[in-house]
Write a protein that binds this ligand. Structure first.
Ligand code: UDP
Length: 484
């Protein structure tokens, strides 16, 4: 007689809780990682702020996107402690850190032990300090995820050394060109001007500066660190970081990593928290290859109306085609409830489509715009996600950073990677015009060559045998070993 086979029940997958800082770039990147984890049969609960949870359900197809993973993916939400009409942008983004570290912290402590099945691993945004502290109370291992580049992570990490060496505070405008010597690996090119915006405060006890420095140092206490970057881009800086955070998994560019595994249409992985205006894609269809400069400043930056007017005239005077996308509320005096005190060109207020330019008052499907053959350059605020998306698309950049990590990213983009021009602190119509002509006409071929090389490196890092692909596999093994 043949033996009766015993049925082997497969072990349940590890359960990972993912908790991003409630910002567009953070949510997008973490959702992409969540999908990569589901693809490897890990169970993910994704914790959004209530505010973003509602917007995600309203403006995206996130539920149908993850429906194919059945029980492996679920969404939960928690209050960020701010009233629903708070702008959560510009300088007021700092209120978010304040309210989360008190109100959300307590809610999180109640929530964490109640999630079923119990959490085996928390992947939390390393910009938030309390999740690691709360998870420690329950003995849950924590992996930190930073959605900034290694270049800025490392600069934040070195803030205490800069202070101790007397390199901070910066002594006014005349001190801005001074080279910083206490951020190893950057001595030849990192100036005071290129430090994260919070370092410009004359007050070293400024809460943002202190919070950033201590949150970054806290990553040394996490079980591991995930960075959305790749070795071909930031290898030397990653070597510096590895001395302090030996288990650092670089798995980026994550959006391309996901695309390479799923052969996705970019629109199907959208996680926009605003309604996308897709009409600009049709407008782009009508223009020759690499002839349009795309202009967009991301989800948080708020610029002055003077800056916008200078940018506008610089663009028009450059005589290059452009697509300008302005999010609602992204210009201080153009906010929905305020009275305009400056006369804006009508095109800027209404959003106009002409042959030579298009203005979108809203939100664009950025990854698709960057991948469009008609786009030949990007005037960007140098947010990290925008930087990576532009690198993958092989598009050169003009960098006009506003705050946080953007000052560092723009310096690396221009000086280290040679992928564009940095016009930080010089937003005049003359400079904008000059740089647009340089990027789109005079040095077009040089920049196209370096952008194409880096795009190839980015793609190969997430392809078979690539470093980011291997690091993701190692990360997943690491998480599996945490299953209790
Ligand atoms: N984005 C978009 N449409 C827009 C503006 C931005 O899809 O009109 C996306 C962009 O593709 C990126 C994210 O929003 O993924 C912005 O993240 P980033 O880190 O560049 O900047 P932040 O908004 O955090 O300053």
């Amino acid at each position: 007689r043949r033996p009766i086979p015993t049925t082997v029940t497969p072990a349940p997958p590890p359960h990972v809780l993912m908790f991003p800082l409630p910002g567009q770039g953070h949510v997008t990147t973490m959702l992409n990682l969540a999908e990569l984890l589901c693809l490897s049969n890990l169970r993910v609960t994704f914790l959004n702020s209530d505010h973003n949870h509602h917007r995600l359900l309203r403006f995206t197809t996130v539920q149908s996107r993850f429906a194919i993973y059945h029980q492996l993916f679920s969404l939960q939400s928690i209050s960020d402690g701010l009233p629903s009409d708070h702008p959560r942008s510009g300088e007021r983004i700092l209120d978010l850190f304040q309210s989360m570290s008190t109100i959300t912290r307590d809610l999180f402590r109640d929530l964490l032990p109640s999630i079923r099945p119990p959490i085996d691993c928390l992947i939390s945004d390393g910009a938030l300090q309390f999740p690691l502290e709360v998870a420690a109370e329950f003995g849950i291992p924590v992996v930190h995820f930073r959605t900034i580049g290694a270049c800025c992570f490392w600069t934040y990490f070195c803030i205490p050394d800069m202070i101790e060496a007397g390199e901070l505070p910066i002594r006014g405008e005349e001190d801005m060109e001074r080279l910083i010597t206490t951020v190893p690996g950057t001595k030849e090119f990192l100036r005071c001007r290129d430090l994260p915006s919070f370092c410009r405060s004359p007050d070293l006890s400024h809460p943002s500066l202190q919070a950033l420095a201590s949150a970054t140092q806290q990553s040394t206490k996490a079980c591991a660190l995930i960075l959305n970057t790749f070795e071909g881009l930031e290898g030397p800086i990653l070597t510096q970081i590895a001395a302090h955070c030996p288990k650092t998994y670089t798995i980026g560019p994550i959006h391309e990593h996901l695309r390479s595994k799923l052969t996705l249409q970019p629109s199907s992985s959208s996680s926009s928290l605003w309604e996308e205006d897709r009409s600009c894609l049709e407008w782009l269809d009508r223009h020759p290859p690499k002839s349009v400069l795309y202009v967009n400043f991301g989800s948080i930056a708020v610029m002055t109306s003077e800056d916008l007017i200078e940018i506008w005239h610089g663009l028009v005077n450059s005589k290059q085609r452009f697509l300008l996308v302005m999010r609602q509320g992204s210009v201080a005096e153009l906010g929905s409830n305020t009275n305009d005190t400056i006369t804006f060109p009508e095109e800027l207020v209404k959003g106009v489509r002409g042959e030579e330019y298009m203005v979108v008052s809203g939100w664009a499907p950025q990854k698709e715009v960057l991948d469009h053959g008609a786009v030949g350059g990007f005037l960007t605020h140098s947010g990290w996600n925008s930087t990576l998306e532009t690198i993958v698309a092989g598009v050169p950049m003009i960098c006009l950073p506003y705050f946080a990590d953007q000052q560092v990213n723009s310096r690396f983009t221009s000086e280290v990677w040679k992928l564009g021009l940095d016009i930080k602190d010089a937003c005049t119509r003359k400079v904008v015009e000059r740089m647009v002509v340089e990027l789109m006409v005079e040095r077009k071929e040089d920049f196209a060559t370096s952008a194409a090389k880096m795009a190839e490196l980015a793609r190969s890092s997430v392809g078979f045998g690539g470093s980011s692909r291997q690091n993701l596999e190692a990360l997943i093994e690491d998480i599996r070993s945490m299953k209790s």
